[in-house]
Design a protein around this ligand. Structure first.
Ligand SMILES: [Zn+2]
Length: 66
């Protein structure tokens, strides 16, 4: 089963969540906010020291889906 890392943009809590439908928002287990964002560890490693943070999160990390 796919487990993704998420970060809550509301309280900066990082957590892992089983995700069955990537279209649905994942609520933060700490504050229950749905203002969360998926973290892709592969990308995360790349982002380290990378200048194009926005570009990476915007498209390069999408692995061509959609
Ligand atoms: Zn939260």
């Amino acid at each position: 089963m796919p487990i993704y890392e998420y970060i809550c943009l509301n309280c900066d809590n990082e957590f892992e969540e089983l995700v069955f439908s990537q279209d649905e928002p994942v609520p933060c287990p700490s504050c229950r906010s749905e203002n969360t964002e998926k973290i892709m560890s592969a990308c995360r490693a790349r982002v380290k020291g990378g200048p194009n943070l926005d570009a990476l999160q915007g498209s390069s990390c999408g692995s061509g889906k959609g």
